[in-house]
Design a protein around this ligand. Structure first.
Ligand SMILES: [Zn+2]
Length: 144
C-alpha cells in the first residue's frame, strides 16, 4: 500500500469554525512509493503519475487538462467531525503532479461533485446531509 501523505494546508472547519493549522491537520491520502515522504505543502511536486490517483480515489471523470480536482475527507482536530476538502493537483510531467492546494468545502453538493475528477474511497462512510447530492453519493458508495 502506498504511504500516507499529509497535505499541509490550513483549513477552517465548516462544522465548528476552528482553524486547523497546516502542520497538524488531519488531511491525507495514500499516494506514491516513497515511505520516507510523509507530507506535501502547496506548490510541492509529487512523484506520482496522474493515473496513479485512480489507485487511491474513485474516478468521476478524467481531467481534460493539467488540472485535477480530488475530494478527500479530513477530520477537524476540535470537533472531530469529518468534512470534505477539495484538493487541487496540476500535471507537470507524465510522472509528476504538483499539489497546488486545498480548500474546505461545506457540503458534497452537485456543483462540487460536477467539478471533481476524483472522490476519496472514504465516501463509503459518508452519510449525505440535506442539500447534498445524495443520489450520486449513494452511487459512489456502491462502487467501493
Ligand atoms: Zn470542527
Amino acid at each position: 500500500m502506498a504511504p500516507r501523505i499529509f497535505f499541509r494546508v490550513p483549513l477552517v472547519c465548516t462544522n465548528c469554525g476552528t482553524l486547523n493549522e497546516a502542520r497538524t491537520i488531519d488531511l491525507s491520502s495514500s499516494l506514491g512509493n516513497d515511505p520516507e515522504w510523509t507530507y506535501a505543502e502547496p506548490g510541492e511536486a509529487l512523484d506520482v503519475a496522474p493515473e496513479e490517483l485512480e489507485d487511491e480515489f474513485l474516478l468521476l471523470r478524467r481531467s481534460d487538462g493539467a488540472r485535477t480536482i480530488a475530494i478527500e475527507l479530513w477530520v477537524c482536530g476540535s470537533c472531530k467531525l469529518y468534512s470534505p476538502a477539495r484538493l487541487e493537483f496540476r500535471t507537470r510531467t507524465p510522472r509528476v503532479i504538483e499539489f497546488v492546494g486545498a480548500i474546505a468545502v461545506p457540503a458534497l453538493t452537485r456543483d462540487v461533485l460536477d467539478e471533481a475528477n476524483f472522490v476519496t474511497r472514504k465516501i463509503e462512510e459518508w452519510t449525505p446531509r440535506p442539500g447534498e447530492d445524495a443520489l450520486r453519493i449513494e452511487e459512489l458508495r456502491r462502487r467501493i
